[in-house]
Ligand binder design. Structure first.
Ligand code: ADP
Ligand code: ZN
Length: 766
């Protein structure tokens, strides 16, 4: 990327005279347009132009007005360069600090996407459009008038006008006419008279965004920490005072009191006037979590995905002004414009939802790491089941490891019993999805007053709609995915594109008239539970039942109060919940994630089982977990049943190392998609050649896999292929990608209906 404006603008008539030295603003444009562009700054904007503000400028031969971000200003020699003038500066305040400008640039380079696209992601739409504000007429008095009034020179004014003037003289800032009228208890007529008489000046300005009302939470006292918590806190506090970047991994088993440690660390940060960002997965933004922070800190901003643009704008301004001391939010909270950030915390750091799945495809953990480095502050990652990437970095001493090995009050972890579905399968059809032993234990716990959680990580009623005669499975017309039967609406639904259709009476392939439904989803499990445990209220929690805003909150409140005795659902129920009366957790089928075509499938299975098991036995009643599986001897399931993270890591890491998978190598996935399969495949071959050539040119050792059809071969009418690039040397891989990109940019004849996506450090392999 050069600072040159390039050949796009030759023979433009509005170029500047060749001034020797001038103020030059460097702009970056959102959208796919790559590169930085230099512009001259016209006289009226010499004062207001600043890096971090948006600017309108003419672009291209047609001088199309485009909005871009100013990323640098510099007085320099323009010489022979024919620069255009930008047209106007749009913002009165900086939207991005110099630190954020550097961070966004780093993201663009790290994830090979356009800088402008990153800027658009970092500055929320509500901030760009100033949502929730309006233009209003402000009035004020100038110093001359103020002095005259103060010297008690009499103005012969009607009462209301005199009153209004007095308010303005005493106010140090301008007031909207509306507010002034309200203050003096009149219409705007007296104010207009003052304006006409020239005593009061006016100005059009934007009102600040409407504030978001949050009920104040009663503040709660700190709990005395146990020894392990105190040791962990001491280490974090030490890092805080060192004034350097550092990453600490807090590995604490479920219920060990990690959140309490976070809260204490934040309190420490606040004592020296700085702010903290707490990153949590969206799914954990439960009222329970949010309340725990609100009860300790009066000024908390909670950034969740249901905020309106105006609310987001208001929070942004509050954060930027330093009013807010703690920001709690999902992915994008890592970009919160805190003026003096002191600490970043990331809870459940292993969660894959921290990876953004559309451009810019950043991983929040890596961005947080970089932000912490740039701002010279600590980053604390927390998890009961750390990602192997983070775990590995503790082994290589890049991260400092902190451990909470016990539950609070030394409560025991629940015992886990594996139920072998193979052995049970003879009696299975009779008993349904819940094996006889699990059913019996559920009955026992419920009778004793305990609560039960059942995990089945698949929504819908039946996951297969199949012809028993010819074996044809009903798949989506637009995707290469089996349709799921949703009984509530009596439709077949594609879980990937939401395509919905009526279930055919007869098989489309052979005409046989007896379509069969098989495979188990949460709806069917719910029906079974309702039939078998008719005396207890049960609630299903999955994305189908949790559509309405607030439904999640209501469901969890009902469970907390004990109105609901059995909670069943997808992974939504597996994480973060702290209910002391849950004495039994049942996993209906532990194998669902195990056989996914993804090198992380064992890790995901281990994490999910360990997390859901962690919901049991958090109170005095103790707890037990039953795991139904067809693969009882699988190491991930074995390790999870013993709550043994170390055993899992020790077993899994050598497998990763042998294949150069992360954390031992860097991986990049290229996804190609287009409407015609042959073209997509051909493009895949072409890309492979390009990457091979590029690797040779830069002297990189790269392992290339594919092109091959992606596990989901067709999605929303597009065929998908993928290529994988792996290397032990991250830099070599990066150089290869850049070199190939350069080569291909020169190539003009690439088919334009095949797009390809570069996913650095992919989390999804489907
Ligand atoms: P984790 O996040 O590690 O799963 P939590 O922070 O949710 O654990 O803590 C589990 C429970 O223990 C919570 O109800 C919390 O209020 C309580 N707790 C945490 N620390 C202490 C402490 N030092 N003394 C007493 N109770 C504590
Ligand atoms: Zn589909």
């Amino acid at each position: 990327m050069s600072g040159e404006q390039g050949h796009l603008f030759e023979d433009a008539p509005w170029e500047a005279d060749d001034a020797a030295e001038a103020l030059v603003a460097t702009l970056v444009f959102p959208g796919p347009l790559e590169g930085e562009f230099d512009y001259l700054v016209p006289e009226p904007y010499l004062e207001s132009i600043r890096p971090g503000r948006r600017v309108e400028a003419p672009l291209g031969r047609g001088n199309r007005p485009v909005i871009g971000y100013c990323v640098k200003i510099e007085t320099k020699e323009v010489g022979e360069r024919k620069l255009k003038y930008l047209s106007r500066v749009m913002d009165e305040k900086d939207l991005l600090s110099p630190a954020m400008i550097r961070l966004t640039r780093w993201i663009a380079e790290r994830y090979l996407c356009s800088w402008g696209q990153v800027l658009e992601t970092v500055v929320p739409a509500g901030v760009r459009t100033q949502a929730g504000t309006r233009l209003a007429k402000y009035v004020y008095v100038n110093d001359e008038v103020r002095a005259l009034v103060r010297k008690a020179k009499k103005f012969k004014l009607p009462l209301k006008q005199a009153k209004a003037l007095k308010v303005l003289v005493e106010s140090d800032s301008a007031i909207t006419t509306q507010e002034l009228a309200r203050t003096i208890g009149s219409t705007q007529a007296p104010i207009n008279s003052l304006i006409k008489k020239g005593l009061v000046e006016t100005e059009k300005r934007r009102t600040p965004p409407q504030s978001v009302q949050v009920a104040a939470s009663p503040q709660v006292e700190n709990l005395p920490l146990n020894t392990a918590q105190q040791t962990a806190l001491d280490a974090i506090v030490k890092a805080l005072h060192a004034g350097e970047a550092a990453t600490l991994l807090l590995h604490g088993i479920t219920g060990s009191g990690k959140t309490e440690v976070y809260i204490r660390a934040i309190q420490e940060v606040l004592t020296f006037g700085r702010q903290a960002i707490v990153l949590v997965p969206e799914i954990s933004l439960t009222p329970q979590t949010v309340e725990r922070f609100r009860a300790r800190f009066p000024q908390v901003a909670v950034l969740h995905s249901h905020l309106s643009d105006a609310e987001r704008h208001w929070h942004w301004e509050q954060i930027a002004s330093g009013e807010v001391s703690v920001v709690v939010g999902a992915r994008s909270a890592v970009f919160a414009p805190t003026p003096h950030l002191g600490l970043i915390l990331m809870d459940e750091e292993h969660e894959t939802s921290f990876k953004q799945e559309n451009a810019p495809r950043y991983h929040t953990r890596e961005v947080a790491l970089q932000r912490a480095r740039m701002e010279k502050i600590p980053l604390v990652l927390g998890s009961a089941t750390p990602s192997l990437e983070s775990w590995h970095r503790t082994q290589t001493k890049e991260y400092q490891l902190l451990t909470l090995p016990h539950r609070i009050h030394h409560r025991p972890l629940p015992t886990v019993r594996i139920l072998d579905l193979r052995r049970d399968s003879a009696s299975k059809s009779a008993s349904g999805a819940i094996s006889p032993l699990l059913a019996q234990e559920m009955e026992r716990e419920l009778e004793k007053g305990g609560q039960v959680i059942l995990l089945l990580n698949r929504r819908g009623y039946s996951t297969h709609i199949q012809c028993p005669s010819c074996g044809e499975v009903l798949t989506c017309n637009h995707c290469d995915i089996a349709m799921t039967y949703h009984r509530q609406d009596d439709v077949a639904l594609c879980h990937y594109c939401d395509h919905e259709e009526k279930v055919p009476r007869t098989c489309a392939a052979c005409g046989f008239g007896g379509i069969r439904f098989s495979g188990l989803g949460t709806q069917k499990l719910e029906k079974e539970v309702q039939q078998r445990f008719a005396n207890y209220r049960c609630l299903r929690m999955d994305t189908d039942t949790m559509h309405a805003p607030g439904s999640h909150q209501r469901a969890l409140a009902a469970f907390r109060e004990g109105k609901i005795r059995i909670l069943l659902g997808t992974q939504m129920i597996a994480k973060g919940l702290d209910f002391p009366d849950v004495t039994l957790v049942g996993v209906i089928n532990a194998d669902l994630a195990l056989h996914m075509p993804d090198f992380r499938s064992a890790e995901r299975t281990f994490q999910l089982l360990a997390q859901v098991a962690g919901r049991a036995g958090r109170g005095d009643r103790g707890g037990r977990v039953f795991v139904q599986t067809y693969s009882p001897e699988h190491p991930a399931i074995q390790a999870a049943s013993r709550h043994d993270y170390f055993a899992f890591a020790d077993q899994e890491l050598p497998l990763r190392e042998a294949l150069n998978y992360p954390p031992f190598g860097t991986m990049v996935r290229i996804i190609l998609r287009g409407p015609r399969e042959q073209q997509v495949a051909r493009m895949g071959e072409y890309l492979k050649q390009q990457y091979e050539q590029a690797a040779e040119t830069v002297g990189a050792t790269i392992r290339l896999l594919g092109p091959a059809p992606a596990p989901i071969t067709k999605l929303r009418d597009k065929f998908r292929y993928n290529l994988q690039l792996q290397s032990k040397e991250e830099q070599e891989l990066r150089d290869t990608l850049l070199m190939a990109q350069e080569q291909m940019d020169r190539e003009k004849s690439l088919p334009d209906d095949v797009e390809w996506i570069i996913d650095i450090d992919p989390m999804s392999m489907l």
